[in-house]
Design a protein. Structure first.
Length: 328
């Protein structure tokens, strides 16, 4: 029996789309490497004092779109006994998500490798953290003030409006200075000024070259982008919103962006990340549950999950198990 154990914290595995699910690609690779694999949701992990515990379901997984998993009865144990935990829970990135990273941090202190690192997840909001790299992004405003949003729109004429905590194109709007609904959009996304909202200058290249997903492993990019080109009449470059996909090599500008952000990803323990690039600008930095592994593997033949686990194994071997350390 294997003595290596890996768990993934994710949305219910029975609800995924197996042909395109990156978490399944990771689990298949982990199983191939001899890990015992488990899964659970946020409700399945907790702190008992300083001890991180979980009641997780043991899995077998299959590369079969009709039958991709089998489960065994849940097992309860100290999360510090796991070798690796993949934190793959989809947004919303809300306070419950933040609380879950405190649980995972206690496992990390015991020597469990968390991918991605809990502190890094808290630091790197997927919309707001792009401002760490001002040379890489379009004109951007993060505000809850309708007045500031109107000023930004007056300058840039057409903008994208989106919430800080969602994914998959949900509640993403475009508006322009002639749009009579602009104030309704600002009020809706900001919840009438109660929530910070992101506005970015609209980049027209999305209609032709798409919203390009680039995956990075330990700060190094896979050399191909998954371009998601909006469906006719839509502005969202998201596969869940009906975008079609193309795969092609990175541009010189995209290589430059990756070179600029790579050291920060490594420093913050963001071992697996995805960036979205439209035209010459990075619009998002995805670190909670980046997607695209299966599509890129199929189209390019690059064993992305294998490369990721080569990196995970390397980091795991350099992260010895330790006794809990008091911080008092």
């Amino acid at each position: 029996m294997s003595n290596k154990k890996l768990a993934v914290i994710m949305d219910p595995i029975q609800n995924i789309k197996p042909h395109k699910d990156s978490s399944l690609a990771m689990l298949l690779e982990a199983q191939k490497r001899g890990f015992e694999i488990y899964c659970g949701d946020l409700a399945d992990i907790w702190l008992d004092g300083a001890v991180p515990r979980g009641r997780l379901t043991k899995l077998k997984v299959f590369d079969d779109s009709a039958n991709w998993f089998e489960v065994v009865d849940p097992v309860e144990f100290d999360l510090g006994d796991l070798d690796v935990i993949l934190m793959r829970k989809d947004p919303p990135f809300d306070i419950q998500y933040v609380f879950s990273t405190y649980v995972l941090e206690q496992a990390e202190r015991r020597g469990t490798l968390i991918v991605n690192r809990p502190q890094g997840l808290r630091d790197a909001n997927e919309k707001a953290s792009t401002v760490w790299f001002p040379d890489c992004i379009p004109a951007t405003l993060i505000s809850s003030s309708r007045e500031e949003m109107q000023k930004f729109l007056a300058i840039h004429k057409r903008v994208v409006v989106k919430p800080l905590d969602l994914m998959g194109g949900r509640s993403v709007f475009t508006t322009d200075i002639n749009d009579g609904n602009q104030n309704v959009i600002f009020e809706t996304v900001s919840d009438y000024g109660r929530k910070y909202t992101v506005l970015q200058q609209y980049i027209p290249e999305i209609t032709e070259s798409g919203d390009r997903r680039i995956l990075l492993i330990d700060g190094e990019p896979i050399p191909f982008a998954l371009a998601r080109i909006p469906a006719p009449g839509d502005h969202r470059g998201n596969m869940d919103a009906g975008a079609r996909i193309e795969v092609n090599g990175l541009t010189d500008r995209e290589w430059s962006i990756c070179k600029q952000i790579g050291p920060t990803l490594r420093e913050k323990g963001l071992l697996f990340a995805g960036i979205d690039v439209i035209g010459s600008s990075m619009t998002e930095l995805n670190v909670t549950s980046p997607t695209g592994i299966r599509e890129l593997q199929r189209e390019t033949g690059i064993p992305i999950a294998e490369k990721l686990f080569d990196s995970i194994e390397s980091h795991r071997q350099s992260t010895p198990k330790t006794s809990p350390i008091s911080v008092l």
